[in-house]
Design a protein around this ligand. Sequence first.
Ligand SMILES: Nc1ncnc2c1ncn2[C@@H]1O[C@H](COP(=O)(O)OP(=O)(O)OP(=O)(O)O)[C@@H](O)[C@H]1O
Length: 229
Amino acid sequence: MPSDTVLSLSGIDRHYGQGETTLSILKGADFSLRSGETVALVAPSGTGKSTLLHVAGLLEHPDAGEVTLGGVACHDLSDERRTAMRRHSVGFVYQFHHLLPEFSALENIMMPQLIAGLSRDEARERASQLLDYMRIGHRGEHRPAELSGGEQQRVAIARAVANAPLVLLADEPTGNLDPETASYVFSALEALVRQSGLAALIATHNHELARRMDRCVTLIDGKVVDFLA
Ligand SMILES: Nc1ncnc2c1ncn2[C@@H]1O[C@H](COP(=O)(O)OP(=O)(O)OP(=O)(O)O)[C@@H](O)[C@H]1O
């Protein structure tokens, strides 16, 4: 494994039981992500993109194989350590923003930082900077319902990177937006990732956006393979 690998999946199996049958989604999948690298995951619906992201982000246990995050092999970690690793090392962005509705945009971005132990002042300062960077500094006091879809998603992206994770995992982060807004939000995400040197794995159905990443991969028969979008 090259020394700058931040995420490595090796021999990952993941299957789901469905009644009497077993659905094998990942079958010996290998993947690695290097520091500062951006990778698009483009594959048809139902092939296992979300499953791969959940396994990579320690949200789901694989049935076989090993996930190594920041040099730490995660297989034998206690649930507590996995949760701590996830909080410190992984940022998630989903298709739907999942912001907390009763809190402002600023507070939503502060939340993971407060959980990580930062003071309110530090968390507020960083949240403000991120909102400015995403060009929505003027909407910090607004609650999610008062923001447009593109603005909500920019807040969700800011929240995902608030704790400076090692890896950003995004599951169709612009899938719920119209093409113009999607392109704008994707550009903001791309700029933030590149400026901060984050490594990112981004699932998207949009080939045009995928081509803007350093490389593209797809899922074929449960394995990750390189792909020219
Ligand atoms: N918890 C689960 N229990 C049973 N089957 C599941 C579970 N999670 C996912 N699956 C099945 O595994 C397959 C892959 O799901 P996954 O969500 O990873 O696909 P995807 O490529 O992300 O799809 P989409 O692009 O539609 O979001 C699907 O057939 C899905 O129904």
